[in-house]
Structure formats: C-alpha cells, structure tokens
Design a binder for this molecule. Structure first.
Ligand SMILES: Cc1ncc(COP(=O)(O)O)c(C=O)c1O
Length: 352
C-alpha cells in the first residue's frame, strides 16, 4: 500500500495466472495451452515480417486481419474487433458495455478474470450459482439489469451449453449485451457466431491462444454487430492505438488462413481427451463431460489438493482452485499423448 495509490489501485484485486515455470522437465498441464506448436506458416510469416518494417508502427485499424477473420466466418470486417489476447478484448468489452449500478450476471464458477474487471472498472455484478451437476441454470440469466457474460464451454468446468439455450438468454436480455466467451469453442460442437447477424446484443469473443497454439503471440477477437464493434474501437482508441504489434498481426493472418493445420491438431487433442477420460474413469475419477482442451476431475477418495501436490512433486503441473464448491476438483489441460501417458504413470504411482 502506498499513499500515492489511486482509489482504483486500492480497489482492484489482480488476477493470478497459472504458474509459468521455465523448466523443460516439467509436464505443464496447468494453463490450457496447446501442446502442439503453431502452424509452420505462422512461424514463416513472423520471420518475414521481422525482417521488414519493424521501424514503422503497425496498422491501427488492423484491416487485413479483420477482413481475413470476417471471411473465415462469412461476416464483414465491421463485425470484427481484434486485441492483445482475448483478455484485453474482454476488458475493453466490460468497459464498453457494462457499468456501475446495473449488475451483470456470470456463473459463480467461471473464468476468474470477470470479477477482477468488475472491481477494476467499478461494475456491479451478481454471481449465479451453477446447478448441482455444474450445468448453467439458463433462466437465471434472463432479464438482467446490466448484461451477461460466461464462457462456452465454461471454464474451469469444461461443460458446453447448447446454442438454443444461448438464443433464449440473448432474447431475454433485449436491452443488455450478452457476451459469450468462446476461448475453447474449437474443441466443442457449435459456435454462437452464427447468431450475430440476428441479434444486435450478442458479442462473441474468441482467441488464437488455444486451438491455434498462439498463447505466446496474444491475439483475441470479438465478433458482433457493427455498433458493438464501434463501441469497442472507441475504447481501444482511447487507450492504445496499436494493441497488436506487427509480428502478431502477421502471425495471426497466417493462422486464420491455415485451417487444415489447426483442425488436425484440434482433432488430435479431442482424441487424447476422450482416451484420457476413459483411463481416468477406470482409476476412480469423476470427470465432467468436456468439450474443451481440458478436463475437470475429482477422485472418489483422494483429496484434490493432495493429488495436485503429489503430481507437482513429480514434475507434473495441473491446476487446483482453492475455492468453495470446486476445491475438491482439479483442472487438467490435455497435452500430447506422450504427456498424458506420463501424467497417468505418475497418477498410478500416487494412487498405488
Ligand atoms: C474462459 C477464458 N477466456 C479467456 C481467456 C484468455 O485467453 P487469451 O487472453 O490468451 O486470449 C482464457 C485463458 O485461459 C479463458 O480460460
């Protein structure tokens, strides 16, 4: 605490990201990164760009990348906003569409950055308790005063909500913005992007950090009605004209075009997810139905915290949230088959 701190600094409660240890011996299954490298075309595009114009500012409007993303989804450039990771796009969205005195709603078990933004920007919020099976109580998100946000699939539960339920939530909040945070959507069945031409109050946010293996490049984007996108752009241009650097823009343009590459790594991860789920069930784990690149698990007689610590001692890092309601669960990112075999061997050692 310092006497120089503003009321905002005093009020905020910063987000704590998963550990990033730089030890090559660690099997890192704690931050939902993709275990596969990005497409070779992305790496090539970054190399080419690095030798070109780094002395010049990047495009403030990022038109080409927005056009490429729009083309991929059959939309127009005016429906796309890009930012420095979806965390930044989320932060700008909270500032653009939510405010004090009109509580927004999000699930009590959800992405822990949401309450952080609320405190930072002084936005009122209500946390909605999930059903006993961790599914979303859809009607509890109807008729809100300030809007709605949740991840689909939800994090850290990994559970997917069907598009028809999303439609109902959007229709029952006609005067508020509903934000669907689709960080993990490429590992699930269907995106809500197909609804944005129908509903002017729906904003979908995606990232290249997960399915496109680009967590290190920081690219996120929002898809929505052009008025929502203009709102986001006004916030961004009041903050920083160049949130994406030249290397990130070049890499992201190559990534959005190389559909075959990301589809094949995504298929591989889904395949590994189904295999590890079956194996862990045999070992007494309860596993929520996952449509993400991670699973959320608990063991019938071993405490989650104990398992987390025992795995860490054996150089396997997973995520444990010390939060009521989920403190006996563990979130495990899906790695390569080899990563998961090693994880399973260590688990067997611990459970023996
Ligand atoms: C639900 C959810 N939304 C957004 C993000 C942020 O992703 P990024 O800022 O890397 O795009 C994450 C990261 O793990 C997440 O789990």
């Amino acid at each position: 605490m310092s006497k120089f701190w503003s009321e905002t600094v005093k009020r905020c409660v910063p987000y704590v990201p998963g550990e990033q240890l730089n030890d090559a011996n660690i099997v890192k299954l704690n931050t939902n990164e993709n275990p596969y490298p990005p497409s070779p075309k992305v790496v090539e595009a970054i190399k080419v760009e690095a030798e070109r114009k780094l002395n010049l500012y990047p495009s403030p409007t990022v038109d080409q990348l927005r056009t490429d993303i729009a083309e991929y989804y059959g939309l127009s450039k005016d429906n796309i906003f890009v930012g420095n990771g979806s965390d930044e796009v989320l932060a700008f969205s909270f500032l653009a569409f939510f405010e004090a005195g009109k509580p927004i709603r999000f699930p009590a078990v959800s992405y822990s950055f949401y309450p952080v933004y609320c405190k930072l920007f002084n936005i009122s919020y209500e946390e909605v308790k999930l059903n006993r099976d961790f599914t979303l109580p859809v009607e509890a998100f109807f008729q809100t005063d300030g809007g709605v946000i949740f991840p689909n699939p939800n994090a850290p539960t990994s559970i997917y909500l069907e598009i028809d339920a999303i439609k109902e939530i959007v229709e029952n909040n006609p005067d508020q913005v509903v934000i669907i945070d689709e960080a993990y959507i490429d590992f699930a069945s269907e995106s809500a992007v197909s609804l944005i031409n129908t509903y002017n109050n729906l904003l979908v946010i995606q990232t290249m950090s997960k399915s496109r293996s680009l967590a290190g490049l920081r690219i996120g984007f929002a898809l929505g009605n052009s008025d929502l996108i203009e709102g986001l752009t006004r916030i961004k241009d009041s903050f920083n004209s160049y949130t994406l650097d030249r290397l990130a823009i070049a890499g992201a343009e190559a990534a959005i075009k190389d559909t075959n590459y990301y589809k094949s790594t995504t298929r591989e991860i889904i395949h590994t997810r189904e295999w590890i789920t079956a194996e862990m069930k045999k070992r007494g784990f309860h596993i929520l139905p996952s449509q993400a690149n991670f699973i959320f698990v608990s063991h019938y007689n071993k405490q989650a915290e104990e398992l987390y610590a025992a795995l860490k001692d054996r150089n396997v890092l997973i995520r444990h949230f010390n939060k009521p309601g989920i403190d006996n669960y563990l979130r495990v990112t899906i790695g390569t088959n080899k990563n998961m075999e090693l994880f399973l061997n260590k688990l067997d050692e611990i459970l023996a």
